[in-house]
Design a protein around this ligand. Structure first.
Ligand SMILES: Cc1cc2nc3c(=O)[nH]c(=O)nc-3n(C[C@H](O)[C@H](O)[C@H](O)COP(=O)(O)OP(=O)(O)OC[C@H]3O[C@@H](n4cnc5c(N)ncnc54)[C@H](O)[C@@H]3O)c2cc1C
Length: 414
């Protein structure tokens, strides 16, 4: 019988017996790490607090680095059978300038594009693929509420499922429970906040059949809109100055519709479909990083170790890269049944530099580009000269595509 169908608490008792790794959180980092460890023969259980993966506006970009990982795993062909769209160039309309910022078409590797696919489809796909391994277990509606400690080491997690509470012990607990990680908080790990000048409002606007391809980003003085083509609708991210959402709400939905129409006039009529603030999802932007990503018996990865700015849409991909690095480094000690603090430190050493470089770049873009745009100002608005240079220079567009698509120090599955 599939253990997932065992009644609770028999199910968690089963996990207690079999799992050497418990992963808190079934997002991209947790599910990918679970898949990779199970593939290597390690008994692993992913605990996800929700009943399914269906959450809107969760981040749906799958970059070439992740597509490369899927290729390494022999999963790419089937993944790309799932409906998705492909972005081969990233361009922007900045005031009167139309600029091309990144050209993915010349990237090495199996895919020369960024794929847009609902994150729940991606996660469902990975979980289904993981079921091929008898060592892979996923427990939905299972929320980690605390860590278990013994003589200063973390030895498992306290998990709730419905009204039931169970203490589950494991060789290693991995916190992949996102940027509001309960595990990292309960483990007392120190967070460094790097700051962000903006928040993001996510919303959908219908597409019409004769819509032309649109630039990814649209900027006029005081307004910044990102539009992602999702087939039958535009997924829009409208940037606002940090902490101003309540003032915006007070101005009313009609004012928000007018603000967005000012940067994308062709959407004006369709914005009338936005009739309720429930249609608008606030992403409070946080850029942070743990000082130390581990304690004896515990490792944090993905957003739980470092929440990324939405700039570049690379949060999912860094989470996946962390999972690959963690699996590469930890599989041998896990197979031997003993993970030392040095093994955990090796994962942080491997991933800290890419994280730092990426966050530094994001913070620079936030401070030098986004904040001045949102602050507004009179007069004609043009692309800053460095972006105009990139737009005229294919070699620079290829470098930008490589940075966005693969990041620094891309990981390959061992
Ligand atoms: C609105 C929005 C839009 C975004 N857009 C993009 C984008 O376009 N591209 C991009 O690359 N990134 C985007 N991001 C960021 C991206 O989603 C994250 O960087 C990425 O998902 C991080 O993956 P993760 O697995 O580390 O954490 P998460 O994806 O946050 O997954 C954490 C999982 O843990 C579960 N969980 C939380 N607490 C517990 C608990 N106590 N017990 C058990 N389970 C728990 C959660 O339900 C969740 O499933 C966006 C984020 C948001 C919020």
């Amino acid at each position: 019988m599939d253990p997932a169908y065992l009644s609770y608490p028999a199910y968690l008792s089963y996990l207690v017996r079999v799992s050497s790794v418990l992963i808190s959180g079934g997002g991209p980092a947790g599910v990918m790490l679970g898949y990779l460890l199970a593939r290597a023969g390690v008994e692993v259980t992913v605990l996800e607090k929700h009943a399914d993966f269906f959450r809107d506006f969760r981040g749906d970009t799958i970059h070439p680095s992740t597509l490369q990982v899927m290729h390494d795993l022999g999963l790419l062909e089937d993944l790309l059978k799932i409906p998705h769209s492909e972005m081969r160039q990233a361009s922007g309309q900045i005031g009167s300038d139309r600029v091309t910022l990144a050209d993915f078409s010349r990237l090495p590797g199996p895919c020369q594009f960024v794929a847009f696919m609902p994150q729940w489809d991606f996660l469902d796909f990975l979980v289904r693929a993981g079921r091929a391994f008898p060592t892979f277990h996923v427990a939905m509606r299972s929320e980690v509420v605390d860590v278990l400690t013994d003589a200063g080491a973390i030895v498992g997690a306290r998990v709730t499922r419905g009204d039931a509470v169970e203490d589950v012990r494991a060789t290693l607990l991995v916190a992949a429970d996102g940027r509001h990680s309960v595990v990292r908080e309960r483990a007392g790990l120190e967070v460094q906040n790097l700051g962000a000048p903006m928040d993001v409002l996510w919303l959908r606007v219908p597409k019409v059949p004769d819509d032309q391809p649109q630039p990814l980003g649209r900027v006029v003085s005081g307004r910044f809109l990102v539009m992602i083509d999702r087939g039958d609708y535009w997924q829009c991210a409208y940037l606002i100055s940090k902490g101003t959402v309540e003032a915006l709400r007070a101005r009313g939905l009609a004012a928000l519709r007018a603000d967005i129409a000012a940067v994308a006039p062709f959407l004006r009529d369709r914005l009338e479909t936005l009739t309720d603030w429930d249609d608008v999802k606030l992403l409070t932007v946080v850029v942070d990083r743990l000082k130390t990503w581990y304690r004896p018996g515990l490792l944090c990865i993905g957003d739980a170790a470092h929440a990324m700015s939405p700039i570049g849409g690379i949060g999912i991909n860094l989470a996946i890269q962390d999972a690959v690095a963690a699996a590469n480094i930890l599989t041998p000690p896990l197979r031997a049944g003993r993970v030392t603090i040095d093994d955990l430190a090796a994962v942080q050493r491997r991933r800290l530099w890419p994280t730092r470089v990426t966050q530094r770049m994001q913070v620079t873009m936030q401070d030098r580009v986004v904040a001045p745009v949102l602050a507004g100002g009179a007069g004609p608005f043009r692309a800053p000269w460095p972006l105009r240079v990139v737009s005229r220079t294919p070699a620079l567009q290829a470098i930008a595509a490589r940075f966005i698509g693969f990041g620094v120090r891309p990981e390959r599955v061992r």
